[in-house]
Design a protein around this ligand. Structure first.
Ligand code: SAM
Length: 276
């Protein structure tokens, strides 16, 4: 995002640049479509994600001592006119990391759709968007269940609870609160899950550890998908502090090569565990 560049400027130039940037963002915002957002890279993917990035940047800006009163007023005005949350059907979400993978998930997960007793494990649930997609499209049988592992902190945790309650499927959702490497070790060490979605911490070592712990919990023949394999490659070139889930996923794929088949390697990576 161009916003990062302002942080390296002299305060006067930065304040002026931010005011112009805000005017531009607001005028373009009304015209932006999901298709246009996706052309900015798979991680941007939707208007909701771009909007959420602008909100996060502006929230940071309000804390900067060098930001002028005029800039802070403009930022507050923008945030009031453009709320961070959006009603999506019956739910409220601030972001959309789901639409970009829906088509692939429908294809890979079709054998699991509507199956009695189907079990899914999700690492990283945030506001519940991917969990709800799974509940509405795959875990449609009343005996199917999802286990959601997350830190469940702040506003996202409140939205997760609200959205799951709205879905009416709350009784089929098990929440495990805490760091995934701790929570996953508390689960019975049995291969019971048909599908595992790894979308929690994006730090290389954490992703590798989640992958190793999850493979033990995946049924033979079960499917595991990692988000954001392509994230680092899609980041803007001047973005310094990038997480590298791809390095963790590649390390896992090498170490576990004898135990799985790679189904797809694109922005997401999907593997199938070999039969017993
Ligand atoms: C990208 S979001 C998940 C988005 C969600 N899967 C969706 O598509 O709607 C990542 C989530 O992982 C959680 N998270 C990050 N590090 C974690 C960790 N070490 N253990 C458990 N959860 C973690 C965050 O709290 C956040 O909610």
């Amino acid at each position: 995002m161009r916003f990062q560049g302002f942080l390296r400027m002299e305060p006067a130039a930065a304040n002026e640049g931010i005011l112009a940037w805000l005017r531009e963002v607001e005028s373009l915002g009304a015209m932006l479509t999901n298709g246009a957002a996706a052309r900015l890279g798979p991680h941007a993917a939707s208007v909701d994600n771009l909007r959420s990035s602008v909100h996060a940047a502006l929230a940071r800006l309000l804390d900067f001592k060098w930001a002028s009163p005029e800039v802070k007023a403009a930022a507050r005005g923008y945030m009031e006119r453009n709320p961070a949350l959006r009603q999506v059907g019956r739910y409220r979400f601030s972001t959309d990391w789901m639409s970009k993978c829906e088509a692939e998930w429908r294809e890979v997960l079709s054998p699991l759709m509507g199956q009695p007793g189907a079990r899914v494990l999700e690492i990283g649930s945030f506001e519940g968007r991917s969990a709800i997609w799974l509940l509405e499209n795959v875990l449609t049988h009343p005996t199917s269940r999802i286990t959601c592992v997350d830190l469940f902190e702040g506003n996202a945790a409140r939205l997760f609870d609200e959205n799951i309650a709205t879905s009416g499927a709350g009784e089929r959702v098990e929440k495990l609160v805490g760091l995934s490497h701790v929570a996953l070790r508390r689960l019975p060490p049995e291969p019971v899950y048909d599908f595992i979605y790894v979308d929690g911490s994006h730090e290389t070592y954490d992703v590798l550890e989640d992958a190793v712990l999850c493979l033990r919990l995946l049924k033979p023949g079960g499917v595991m998908t990692f988000d954001d394999y392509g994230m680092a490659a899609a980041q803007l070139a001047d973005f310094q502090d990038i997480s590298r889930p791809d390095l963790g996923i590649d390390a896992f794929l090498s170490a576990a090569a004898r135990h799985l088949q790679v189904v797809r390697k694109a922005f997401q990576v999907t593997v199938r565990k070999n039969p017993a």
